[in-house]
Ligand binder design. Sequence first.
Ligand SMILES: [Zn+2]
Length: 334
Amino acid sequence: MWLKDAPNPDEINFDLLKKPDVPIPNEQQEKMKRFMDYWDRIITASSPFPRQDYNMPLIGDHPCSIPRENLQNTKQELADLLNWVETHTKCMPGYCLVKRKVPGHQEPQAVCRFDYPMQLRRDAGIGLDSKHRCKFEPRCNDPLMNPFNTPMILGWRANIDIKPVLSKFAAIDYIAKYASKSEKEAPAFPKLLASVANSMDGDRMAQSACQKALNKMLGERTYSAQETVHLLLGIPLVQASVTFQTIYTGTDGGYQKLAAQQGDAELGAFLGDDENLVTDDSWLQRYMKCPPDMESLSLQDVLSTYSWRKLKWCKKRDTMKTVLHVYPRFSPQP
Ligand SMILES: [Zn+2]
């Protein structure tokens, strides 16, 4: 989330805090103070009624089961909600417990990679995490409380982790990590496809194998829950400022039309009326069907400035940029 008027972390050299004996210039101190004051008003880990004893089970109705019309957003409601959804009560192997070298110990120790329990803090500040990286530390009166924003948690009523971004590189790292993270439990794709192929009759088509593999991936949670919901609701998984066009220029398939085998019911349903055709014209074939007034255009020109709609080439809007992917990739030194 981007906040207008928030202090720009790029102007602050947080690394100065890593060297306690080097004096910090006044101008930097002021910027850091502004940063901390600003985020102190937005993020806290202080409960209005901090939990006294973590061994006492939470009693009463789960705050998330209370009908919305009965909620009054009182401090007690906030405290109850925080206790149920916003505390790091259990460190678990495979989730947050990692083995790390800890000073004073010969053997690596199991520690929480989120650094819980936290130190209590009367005031917000910038501290260092266990990997010696700078982080914003909100006011904290409960060592297991996740940092939260009061209106957000009262509205969302489920766990939210919130922290200010201290550098654009941290933000890029975070996004890249999640964008490239695969489901841990998922078997490798070749393994999955092999298990499907081995259980099929030899005369089935590759398409049914692919469909079965996809079904298996969905059934076995290869897709994350968010991704599945996006797919079900028809929400695009990515948005790009450009469109992509892929072209295959290999000699062994770029020109081919393949005939379907008769009698494949799944395929028939998929193809509708045109059941003899498995593949449509290739992009090269479409290019060769250019009308005379497009004859001076190269393959690249056509694919990046025209789109193929209703069996003919239509000029794209000028604002639409197209990135061409060409396969196979030829070696620059053949
Ligand atoms: Zn933990």
